[in-house]
Design a protein around this ligand. Structure first.
Ligand code: UDP
Length: 384
């Protein structure tokens, strides 16, 4: 009998690969160390209030990839949802991402789009040609005042590092707009799965050829039992951290329960450095089509992950990149193991990219099987 496929991790990466290969006729076993599926996208209904909670922080689905959007619609229903974030800075509330409303509120002006463009460009630091750091990027695009009000403190709290030491790519996630569009994302498709993310992953894994083993870890010693292993756990954990640990930021959540409406929006960022949390999310606002008397909010505190903490954001500074290089070299020597996803490739990935890459990985595997070639350790390089 042919050996089954082994998958480490029941998040989006593992579940999509499991589904694609089960559909292609393989028998698949998914090992998930936690006692639940869906990884950090895990959502569940709160018993007390009935609110759908995003247990590991807010997840809003947004993408430009139509095939990913269509793929997920096979497994769930989405309701239209637009992420509109508010931010507190210096004791006032503003609209995010920085848009014409933010600029006019902050500078107490009534500028038109063209006037705002000219005004912001007069504030920007034109001496910076090729921004390398987060700070350079911010100073070049919005100038010192907006940088200090909205980015400096938040980023220090979120990453525990000066924006001078962080790459410009982190800020490139956020748009700056000279109109009143306050949609946090630039993507064409955006929505919230009506029954939450756990329901999507459960639907993906609901196939007669897929077995899910909760509370179990797939280790390097077990690889020989499988035709191929797809590993979506932390890359360094596969090698038992033998070269050292890749650094992550983790999050602590402080729960607030109340009745009615606590803050009037789903996400309020706190940009000042002296407020210790980065944001408060109020989860019933992620499902505005539902009605709940109670409300549940989470203050989010970011800190360096210790070995026993849940890893969230890969840090990827120079030092981690060196270590990452060494782990990549080790991984490339393995047979029949492919590393996937945010933890397997140590990259800051949005859900849509994770799903797209998982689809590509399954496709690559099927091609390698047909062509009788070796499946690579990485379909998408961690160094990209
Ligand atoms: N950021 C900031 N101020 C804000 C929101 C974000 O400085 O009010 C910076 C911060 O460094 C953060 C990055 O922009 O890590 C990306 O923000 P995003 O909202 O995409 O972060 P996520 O929701 O993935 O945590």
């Amino acid at each position: 009998m042919a050996k089954p496929i082994g998958i480490a991790g029941a998040g989006f990466s593992g579940a999509v690969i499991a589904r694609e290969l089960a559909e292609a006729g393989y028998s698949v076993t998914v090992f998930e160390p936690r006692n639940h599926i869906a990884g950090n996208c895990y959502s569940e209904r709160d018993k007390e209030s009935g609110i759908l909670l995003h247990r590991y922080g807010p997840h809003i689905f947004h993408t430009d990839k139509k095939h990913v959007w269509d793929y997920l619609h096979r497994y769930t229903e989405f309701k239209p949802y637009t992420n509109r974030v508010k931010a507190q800075s210096g004791g006032k509330v503003y609209s995010l991402p920085i848009n014409l409303h933010t600029i006019n509120q902050f500078f107490d002006k009534t500028l038109s789009p063209d006037e705002a463009k000219a005004f912001i460009s007069s504030l920007s630091d034109t001496s910076i040609v090729e921004p390398v750091s987060f700070e350079d990027q911010a100073l070049k695009f919005v100038g010192k005042e907006l940088y200090e009000a909205f980015f400096k403190g938040y980023t220090l709290k979120q990453w525990g590092l000066s924006p001078k030491e962080l790459p410009a790519s982190i800020l490139k996630r956020l748009p700056v707009r000279f109109n009143y569009d306050d949609n946090y994302f630039n993507h064409q498709y955006q929505g919230m799965p009506t029954e939450g993310y756990t329901a999507i992953v459960a639907a993906l894994l609901d196939h007669p050829s897929i077995t899910v083993k909760l509370g179990q870890t797939l280790t390097a010693e077990q690889v020989d039992q499988f035709e191929q292993v797809f590993y979506s756990g932390p890359l360094d954990s596969y090698f038992e951290f033998r070269l050292g640990r890749l650094a992550y930021r983790t999050l602590d959540f402080v729960e607030i329960r109340a009745t009615g409406d606590y803050q009037g929006c789903a996400v309020m960022n706190y940009c000042d450095q002296d407020i210790p949390f980065t944001r408060i999310s109020e989860h019933k606002h992620f499902a505005p089509w539902e009605t709940h008397e109670g409300t549940v909010c989470y203050q989010e505190f970011s800190r360096l992950a210790e070995p026993e903490d849940t890893p969230y954001y890969p840090i990827r500074l120079l030092e981690e990149k060196k270590l990452l290089n060494d782990y990549v070299a080790l991984a490339n020597q393995q047979q029949n193991v492919t590393f996937v996803g945010r933890l397997g490739t140590y990259r800051y990935l949005d859900m849509d990219v994770t799903i797209d890459e998982a689809l590509q990985t399954a496709e690559t595997f099927l091609r390698c099987q047909t062509e009788k070639t070796q499946m690579p350790a990485f379909v998408i390089s961690p160094l990209s």
